[in-house]
Design a protein around this ligand. Sequence first.
Ligand code: 5GP
Ligand code: ZN
Length: 112
Amino acid sequence: MDCLFCSIINGTIPSTKVYEDDNCYAFRDINPQAPVHCLVVPKTHIESLDSVTDENSATVAKVLVAIPKIAKLLGLSDGYRVISNVGENGCQSVHHLHFHILGGEKLAERMC
Ligand code: 5GP
Ligand code: ZN
């Protein structure tokens, strides 16, 4: 399967790693939308939040458990925003589930 984030996870495409464990990988977004912009992905290919099932929900839950650890590593002690774009109207451009962690400044109150 041709998936950009699977290629980043397996190292075929380089990335700036922030955090890694058995279940997930976190790396800097190539086109940051905030002073700190990191992407967190499960190591297994799940298309989006729209594809979460009883079978893969434990994997997704472990990604969520990693997010506050990653935020701490990134120094986001004053808060941050987590976004997951889903599908066409959600403007998802990479079809491997990912959570954007955005922070490093006071973010816009309006989310879109
Ligand atoms: P989406 O639009 O699907 O929610 O988010 C995809 C994100 O992946 C975008 O913020 C985009 O900048 C980032 N991105 C796309 N290609 C690459 C890449 O090759 N490396 C990294 N680090 N980020 C990428
Ligand atoms: Zn993938």
